[in-house]
Ligand binder design. Structure first.
Ligand SMILES: NC(=O)c1ccc[n+]([C@@H]2O[C@H](COP(=O)([O-])OP(=O)(O)OC[C@H]3O[C@@H](n4cnc5c(N)ncnc54)[C@H](O)[C@@H]3O)[C@@H](O)[C@H]2O)c1
Length: 256
């Protein structure tokens, strides 16, 4: 019996990176997976590639900052599959700017993509899950736990995700609703999000990349699969007693 046989999974921002790796793993373990992304073309191509390997993966366009789209996406999954078992709030963005360099537009955009989206998704999913049960994994970051002078806005969004997750998780537990919610805290991982953010530093990019990798005790960034596997653990029944927890997966970065 595969771990996620018969389970319906929704992963946001899963056209690439950590979300796509998680989609492949969930589907390989028996789940019917819906990947959504603001980049519809990339999501459709990714789902098609996975379907060609025999996996049950479909793609939809979704802007996670749009409240109405959350109702539509989860409504469509419940209508087609009967219910939603697992939601992974994974979509995210990042930029490297000090506080003084960060504009109000930069700040608000990141709050919407990284934090408000998690509130909207969690709220919609709890409503869909509280009778039959379900699991929500919110992808935070070690940026929720330690500060980096070049990402104050990112730090704030991810710390918000972690604390929001705890409040929502404890509420479900106390209400007796069978919905578990936890946050995943990856360290640096080889994805476009990191590559683009570092590239945005221009001349300082190479130095930042070298200093960052040197600070990771394992001496390298994670692959998306090394983040996806612990993510699946949080979503699995093996994590049945985990409620409002932070699972750090960072090659030792914040241990020192
Ligand atoms: N890569 C890392 O080092 C790292 C570390 C810690 C946490 N994370 C978190 O992991 C998650 C996945 O990031 P990744 O590294 O795989 O990045 P990625 O850039 O490869 O993937 C992020 C995806 O989110 C999508 N997205 C952005 N805005 C969206 C929106 N408004 N609506 C829907 N989709 C949207 C993008 O199109 C992209 O496909 C993010 O929440 C990120 O903050 C990443």
């Amino acid at each position: 019996m595969k771990r996620f046989e018969g389970k319906t999974v929704l992963i946001t921002g899963a056209a690439r990176g950590i979300g796509l790796a998680a989609a492949e793993q969930f589907a390989s373990e028996g789940a019917a997976v819906t990947i959504t992304d603001i980049d519809e073309g990339e999501a459709v191509d990714a789902a098609e590639r996975l379907r060609q390997t025999g996996l049950d993966v479909e793609a939809r366009r979704q802007d996670v900052t749009d409240e109405t789209e959350w109702t539509e996406v989860i409504g469509a999954i419940v209508a087609a599959r009967g219910n939603l078992d697992i939601l992974v709030n994974n979509a995210g963005a990042a930029f490297l700017k000090t506080v003084e360099e960060t504009s109000v537009d930069d700040w608000r955009r990141l709050m919407a993509i990284n934090l408000e989206s998690v509130f909207l998704g969690t709220r919609t999913a709890i409503t869909a899950m509280k009778e039959k049960g379900g699991v929500i994994v919110n992808v935070a970051s070690i940026a929720a736990n330690i500060a980096e002078p070049l990402f104050p806005a990112y730090n704030a969004t991810k710390a918000g995700v972690a604390m929001f997750t705890k409040a929502a998780a404890v509420n479900c537990a106390r209400q007796g609703w069978p919905v578990r919610i936890n946050s995943l805290h990856p360290g640096y991982c080889e994805t476009k999000l990191v590559a683009d953010a570092v590239e945005g530093l221009g001349d300082a990019a190479a130095d930042f990349a070298a200093t960052t990798v040197a600070a990771i005790p394992l001496g390298r960034m994670a692959t998306p699969y090394e983040i996806a596997r612990p993510l699946l653990f949080l979503a699995s029944d093996d994590a049945a007693y985990m409620v409002g927890s932070e699972l750090v997966v960072d090659g030792g970065y914040i241990a020192i």
